[in-house]
Ligand binder design. Structure first.
Ligand SMILES: Cc1cc2nc3c(=O)[nH]c(=O)nc-3n(C[C@H](O)[C@H](O)[C@H](O)COP(=O)(O)O)c2cc1C
Length: 178
């Protein structure tokens, strides 16, 4: 098993908001969601649940209650956290579960990108409406939607704050020289 620097994959991924009309093969969707399952999680609790939505009518319904969902994606992955799993983590349980879900989300988006599939994380959606549409039980909370589809184009990367502004060496405020 070799190790490969994936910084180019990390840097190349973009949030995609315009998709072409092309289906994502089921085996690729499976790999994409599988990448989520392999994320790290606090105490390996794996508090997540993933709802893959590939039904066009259901995607349209979710879009109607999701102001942050743009374009016509071919699939959605609704990432949820399950209270029954994370409550044994105590008062920090939900916070850690949200971190776990975020790590799963990034894995999902990077795997999608490596397969040529564009994605966008979407936090701007009506949780209650999505719960109802997808028949999500009371103790399961949808926290992030990932839209998926082949991009019309890969946009230029939005600027990042420079390393020297955000990285500190040994103590806060001391510049890190790369
Ligand atoms: C937690 C989170 C929530 C986001 N919610 C939305 C959203 O509701 N709608 C949207 O179009 N983009 C959303 N984004 C995407 C960001 O706008 C995007 O990641 C950022 O502009 C950087 O662009 P890049 O992903 O292409 O590097 C979200 C990103 C994150 C991490």
């Amino acid at each position: 098993m070799g190790f490969e620097d994936i910084l180019h994959v990390i840097k190349g991924r973009r949030s995609i908001r315009e998709f072409i009309d092309k289906e994502i093969p089921r085996e690729h969707l499976t790999k994409i969601v599988e990448a989520g399952v392999w994320a790290p999680s606090g105490s390996n609790i794996q508090p997540w649940e993933f709802i893959v939505v590939d039904d066009v009518k259901m995607i349209e319904k979710v879009k109607l209650v999701s102001p942050g969902l743009f374009g016509n994606p071919k699939a959605l992955i609704v990432i949820c956290v399950n209270r029954a799993k994370y409550e044994r983590g105590g008062s920090q349980g939900r916070l850690i579960a949200l971190m776990d879900a975020s790590m799963a989300a990034q894995n999902i988006m990077l795997e999608a990108y490596s397969l040529g599939v564009g994605s966008c994380p979407i936090a701007s959606f009506n949780k209650l409406a999505v719960k109802e549409l997808l028949k999500i039980p009371e103790h399961v909370e949808p926290v992030l939607i990932i839209s998926l589809g082949y991009p019309s184009k890969w946009p230029d990367p939005p600027k990042r704050r420079p390393l020297k502004e955000v990285v500190h060496l040994n103590e806060y405020g001391r510049p890190y020289e790369g």
